[in-house]
Design a protein around this ligand. Structure first.
Ligand SMILES: NC(=O)c1ccc[n+]([C@@H]2O[C@H](COP(=O)([O-])OP(=O)(O)OC[C@H]3O[C@@H](n4cnc5c(N)ncnc54)[C@H](O)[C@@H]3O)[C@@H](O)[C@H]2O)c1
Length: 262
């Protein structure tokens, strides 16, 4: 009998897998698309900004990967359904989903007791309900292919009250835990990544690098080094991989000890 070969950590590959990533035209979503494609997945670069999503997909194809772009507003259930259909038409099905689309400007809204209700409804529709709409659109295909994995982008802001932004991310954490229970019997795992401040196009639209470093320190980070999009997406990619097959329902903070949680 041949000796069993033990491997400490397998190289993560997603050959023959199909991944849908929302908010993938820039920032963390684009990092997920590039990393997943480099690991062999066919990726659906979905975003409300079509031209930028097409540019991300074109760069992936140029580098030898498989990608399409879709114009998808995650706050529209019909758009989410159309995105899933486009993925199935292009690549035959869906195995992986990253619910990442978000509005960083939501952190600058007035406090909850004063926020304009139209803005409140719009922001929660994108940042919380959008993750559910896209999950509903993708789960039938994942299930028919024997299972899959979902990663939601939360934030440490869920635990540092900041008006509607925090509320939407608490909603994402709730979705993560409840959907993890509902979907494990279909062999679909659901986790979330909760980053601290990350240097993305979206955040740079609000603050300079110096302000971002100061913000990281003010959030409780022991040093002022700010994460890049790949620092976060690599953790999400691990959670999507079979190496994480026993992890589901978790919200993993990726914040270099910004929050103290024991
Ligand atoms: N940057 C940070 O410091 C930070 C920290 C914690 C969590 N997050 C979360 O990470 C996620 C990505 O943020 P980022 O920093 O990469 O921001 P970003 O602004 O660079 O990227 C967000 C993307 O989402 C897209 N988007 C916005 N509304 C959409 C909609 N209705 N439908 C589809 N796409 C839409 C945007 O067009 C953009 O491409 C967000 O959910 C954000 O809340 C960011």
């Amino acid at each position: 009998m041949g000796r069993k070969r033990f491997v400490a950590n397998s190289d993560i590959t997603f050959a023959n897998k199909v991944a849908v990533i929302t908010g993938a035209a820039q920032g963390m979503g684009a990092a997920y698309a590039r990393l997943l494609a480099a690991a062999g997945a066919a990726v659906v670069v979905s975003d409300i900004q079509l031209e930028k999503a097409q540019a991300v997909a074109a760069a992936i194809i140029e580098a030898g990967g498989k990608a399409i772009a879709t114009r998808t507003d995650v706050s529209s259930p019909a758009d989410c359904q159309a995105c899933a259909e486009a993925a199935i038409k292009a690549f035959g099905g869906i195995d992986l989903l990253v619910n990442n689309a978000g509005l960083l400007t939501a952190a600058m809204e007035p406090p909850l007791h004063k926020i304009d209700i139209e803005r409140y409804l719009k922001i929660t529709a994108v940042m919380t309900h959008g993750a559910l709409y896209m999950t509903q659109a993708c789960v039938p295909s994942m299930s028919s292919r024997g299972g899959g994995a979902i990663v939601n982008t939360s934030s440490i802001g869920a635990w540092q009250p900041q008006g509607v932004y925090s509320l939407t991310k608490l909603g994402v954490n709730g979705l993560t835990g409840i959907l993890a229970k509902e979907l494990l019997p279909m062999n679909i795992r659901v986790n979330a990544v909760a980053p601290g401040p990350v240097d993305t196009e979206g955040l740079r639209g609000i603050m300079s690098l110096e302000q971002l470093k100061a913000y990281a320190l003010a959030s409780g980070k022991p040093t002022d080094e700010v994460a890049g999009p790949e620092d976060i997406a690599k953790v999400g990619v691990f959670l999507l991989s079979d190496d994480a097959r026993f992890i589901s329902g978790q919200v993993v903070a990726v914040d270099q000890a910004t929050l103290y949680r024991i």
